[in-house]
Design a binder for this molecule. Structure first.
Ligand SMILES: *Cc1c(COP(=O)(O)O)cnc(C)c1O
Length: 385
């Protein structure tokens, strides 16, 4: 029997290892030159003006909600099909999470349902929207920006699944996920199953200088040494803690790894897209439902999700073949923590129907052709084609 095949895994090269070892021998283990290097390289890759590297994607989300002033009076709209962190960041600041259903053809936030929510509420009920580029499918943020502007809302794009993804705007311009053209802030994760692995790591991108400055301060305890901002100045050592911040820093060691990983990001994304094409082709004309994006959308394929009637049977069978497919995601509104706010089964029919059938097949750059063919063969064996 072949070796175990997970649904996702990191790809570490000798260059990555060398980059980390170099930092272990250098002067800084925590915030050193590699943090800035990684931030600059990442901002360039995504096409955003500013980037702030942080401890993980969840910390990135928390800093975003803090910087945008989420508090006990805030109501923020998020989809129910995503990792729980996408909505938890609102709760960290005491705000209310308002889930809104997904669209069946993209598994991302359904803009028409969001529009209905906004139209049916008194003005200024909502403060923001957190759309998620689910599985790597880029949300059309131009449309969301127009809607958000009508109601004075901010947008945090959860782009954890989508570095390198893009959609084409109404002028025909390619807009990269997280490039800050339409969203106020965007966030990424460098958890090992994501495109770029740091072990733990996250990034916030933005084109807004005001938010960028705020994020830098919040990342390190709310402390500033900027002479222009100080209320007093006692000398060279002097600094002030002006707001309540956190220690959400990411070490130089991990940024060296992230920066080295980024050098191969384009190549690895090409491989993901090639793997997706092969799956698409294999399942064409069967009862297996796949999400095939139109040409003007550049899917980033963090996940390759299929929808199938006998999902549990397939999941269990694949495990007997050491194929560790996964389910993304159990709807967040059905988590016991969120049920306490009154959410229940039946609230979001599209998300719930999707959850009943979804399963993520192995998708990572080192998945070999033989392994993928084996996966396809096993899936077709069990699916009711
Ligand atoms: C992974 C992920 C996060 C959180 O990232 P961490 O680095 O694990 O904290 C947030 N949102 C989505 C959609 C994710 O996939």
């Amino acid at each position: 029997m072949p070796k175990a095949i997970p649904y996702g895994r990191q790809d570490i090269s000798q260059a990555d290892i060398d980059a980390v070892v170099e930092i272990l021998k250098a002067d800084y283990l925590t915030q050193g030159p590699k943090v800035k290097e990684f931030e600059n390289k990442f901002a360039k890759y995504i096409g955003a003006k500013y980037a702030v590297a942080v401890a993980n994607g969840t910390a990135a989300l928390h800093l975003c909600t803090l910087a945008l002033g989420v508090n006990e009076t805030s109501k923020v709209i998020t989809p129910p099909i995503t990792f729980a962190a996408s909505s938890n960041c609102v709760r960290y600041c005491g705000g209310e999470v308002v889930f809104s259903d997904i669209a069946a053809n993209t598994i991302t936030l359904d803009i028409e349902k969001v529009r209905m929510l906004l139209e049916n509420a008194p003005k200024e009920t909502y403060q923001g929207i957190i759309p998620v580029d689910f599985a790597g499918y880029p949300v059309n943020l131009e449309a969301f920006r127009q809607l958000a502007d009508e109601y004075g809302l901010w947008i945090i794009e959860d782009a954890c699944h989508a570095p390198g993804g893009f959609f084409t705007d109404s002028k025909g311009v390619k807009q990269n996920c997280g490039n800050g053209q339409f969203a106020d802030l965007a966030i990424f994760s460098f958890h090992p199953v994501k495109h770029i692995a740091c072990g733990e790591g996250g990034m916030i991108t933005t084109n807004r200088k005001d938010l960028y400055d705020e994020l830098l301060t919040l990342r390190t305890h709310g402390i500033t040494k900027d002479p222009k901002k100080l209320q007093e100045n006692h000398g060279g050592w002097y600094m002030e803690m002006q707001i309540l911040g956190y220690n959400y820093r990411i070490p130089d060691i991990l940024c060296a790894l992230g920066s080295s990983q980024l050098d191969r990001a384009v190549k690895k994304l090409e491989i993901r897209r090639k793997i997706a094409k092969k799956y698409d082709k294999a399942f064409e004309g069967t009862k297996i439902k796949t999400i095939i994006p139109p040409n003007e959308v550049g899917h980033a394929y963090h996940l390759y999700v299929i929808q199938i009637e006998n999902r549990k049977e397939l999941y269990d069978y694949l495990r007997t073949q050491k194929i560790y497919a996964q389910i993304h995601y159990i709807p967040t509104h059905l988590m016991p923590y969120y049920k306490q706010f009154g959410y229940k089964k039946g609230d979001f029919p599209t998300a719930e129907a999707y959850y009943e059938k979804c399963i993520s097949l192995p998708m990572y750059p080192t998945l070999t052709e033989e392994e993928q063919e084996f996966v396809i063969e096993q899936v077709l064996k069990i699916s009711d084609v």
